[in-house]
Design a protein around this ligand. Structure first.
Ligand code: C2O
Ligand code: CU
Length: 535
């Protein structure tokens, strides 16, 4: 049913993979048609009767309109003949089931959290309030802070009317803790709870988000940051802040860009001379270009992994791909604040949203965006790395990222492809424990694709064919600009069934996903029977 990449897919056996993105849009469109129709009828009545009915007739129409503004429609399971009933993503008959691949339940140091998925209104600043799904009433949800080596135990309670999961993005958890609905678990049903257990082995900045209807649910607010403090710190930071960049879908079909939950200015305290670590998580589905004004800064870590010998940068634009994290470090100047500013057009920085650290305001005049964007392939200092161009690669795969008009789940529209195919026809990459696997990712489109690998950290080998000249770079998400390519490689050291997908979650929703597969079976299925739809 689900075929290895090298083999030709058997067309008859493949079921289309089901997703639901277009439902709310259709509903909205119908409402847009309804309102003009009602206004026409209203005008007709007014003309004919010349009466005072206007108020009485207009009132119900307004009530109807405002009720749509305050409701975030639940993700809709797709329907139709192309929707799979029960698609099993595992290797049938494999000696190991992923249900054996779970985290420990006891350890010397345990950190426990409860995250309750619940609806809430989010105040985005400047008087804007939008409906959201949240963990514990806020979006982003609570920042979880643990120590390297801790056993992390998270109980998720679902008070929403539809299924949720949590994926621990960037943390190499045992497969059963990965939170992919239909692959590593069933989505947590309304009124139910579920417990995740994993050891936080690697320090750094990570994040969590739902992986059931991941586009709808993550965009809708089911996400937060998790920070693993190192057992032995490599830097001294006097203050440590984290912020998340998010694109909210406003009810007028517009996108509202917010930092944490403000479209305005966030203020953070720091005194002159203090060293600040600012962790930036991009929980949005699009790239955001940011920089720091007021002090030179380092990119100390990418996706949670330290950069070797990070140089000081000055107003360098940082392209943060969807799902990526940047840890910035800087020393507070004697006078004035340090400001994190963003650009919407890649030409100019904007006054809001912004983060002001220290005393003061966003500068009245903002610099133009420099053409010299941060380049992770030349930054920092070289250092020996266990995975490098001379490594023995057990296998290499070419993956072309494309887009075309097509079919995903019986929906017609723009689909996003790996080697011209839409998930689940994209097939899978079979790996064995101990192998080093190389992937050549070639973006043939005019769009940015942030490609994320579950369960493993990879090393970046080349960019557009050129080896890296700076620090070794270890990531879980590689942000690939239009018509660029990267070679990446990872050690297969975490048995399971793992997704490789675009973290523009709309692209994942419309086809750009595949599986990295050990010889492992799963009892879970994607489709109508279970209601599991991971993207
Ligand atoms: Cu952050 Cu498969 O996702
Ligand atoms: Cu993409």
């Amino acid at each position: 049913m689900y075929t290895p990449v090298a083999e030709k897919p058997q067309e008859t056996a493949i079921q289309e993979y089901a997703l639901s993105q277009d439902m709310p849009v259709k509903v909205r469109k119908q409402r847009h048609l309804l309102l003009p129709a009602m206004l026409t009828i209203l005008a007709f009545i007014l003309i004919v009767s010349g009466s005072v009915w206007k108020g009485e007739l207009a009132a119900p129409a307004l009530t109807k309109a405002s009720s749509t503004v305050n409701t975030l429609p639940a993700p809709q399971p797709p329907t139709g003949p192309e929707v799979p009933n029960a698609l099993n993503m595992g290797m049938a008959g494999a000696p190991t089931s992923l249900t054996a691949l779970h985290g420990p339940t006891t350890a010397a140091h345990v950190k426990q959290f409860t995250l309750t998925a619940q609806a809430a209104q989010i105040q985005l600043g400047s008087g804007v309030s939008i409906p959201a799904w949240t963990f514990n009433g806020s979006a982003p949800g609570p920042t979880l802070r643990v120590q390297q080596g801790d056993l992390v135990v998270v109980t998720v309670v679902n008070h929403l009317s539809f299924g949720v999961t949590i994926h621990w993005h960037g943390i190499n958890v045992p497969n059963m803790e990965d939170g992919v609905a239909g692959v590593t678990q069933d989505a947590i049903k309304p009124g139910r709870s579920y417990v995740y257990h994993f050891i936080a082995s690697d320090p750094g900045t990570y994040w969590y988000h739902s992986h059931q209807f991941s586009y709808d649910e993550t965009t809708g607010g089911l996400y937060g940051t998790i920070i693993v403090d190192p057992a032995t710190p490599t830097t001294h930071d006097d203050v440590d802040y984290n912020v998340a960049l998010h694109d909210w879908n406003a009810t007028n079909n517009q996108t509202l860009f917010a930092i944490d939950s403000t479209t305005g200015t966030l203020n953070k305290a720091a005194r002159p001379g203090q060293w600040v670590r600012l962790r930036i998580v991009n929980s949005a589905s699009s790239q955001h270009l940011v920089t720091l004004l007021g002090a030179p800064f380092q990119v100390a870590a990418l996706d949670g992994h330290d950069v070797n010998g990070p140089q000081m940068l000055s107003e360098t634009p940082l392209p943060i791909g969807a799902a990526q994290r940047y840890d910035l470090r800087f020393q507070m100047p004697t006078h004035g604040p340090v400001t994190l500013v963003t650009s919407a057009d890649n030409q100019h920085y904007q006054a809001t949203p912004a983060v002001v650290i220290g005393q003061g305001n966003v500068p009245a005049t903002l610099p133009a965006v420099s053409q010299q964007w941060f380049d992770l392939t030349t930054y920092g200092l070289p250092k020996a790395d266990p995975i490098n161009l001379q490594s023995h690669f057990a296998a290499s795969y070419d993956i072309k990222l494309g887009m075309e008009m097509g079919d995903s789940l019986g929906r017609q529209g723009m689909v996003y492809t790996f080697n011209g195919k839409v998930f689940p026809n994209t097939g899978m990459i079979m790996v064995q424990e101990g192998q080093i696997i190389r992937l050549h990712l070639d973006n043939t489109t005019d769009l940015v694709h942030p490609i994320h690998l579950h369960g493993h950290t990879f090393t970046v080998l080349t960019h557009n064919g050129k080896p890296l000249t700076g620090s070794p770079i270890h990531l879980d998400t590689i942000n690939i600009q239009p018509h660029n390519s990267y070679d990446i490689a990872f050690l297969a050291n975490n048995p399971g069934i793992w997704m490789l997908h675009c973290h523009n979650l709309l692209h994942a929703n419309w086809g750009m996903d595949m599986m990295i597969m050990y010889n492992i079976s799963t009892p879970y299925t994607v489709g109508t029977a279970s209601g599991n739809f991971p993207d």
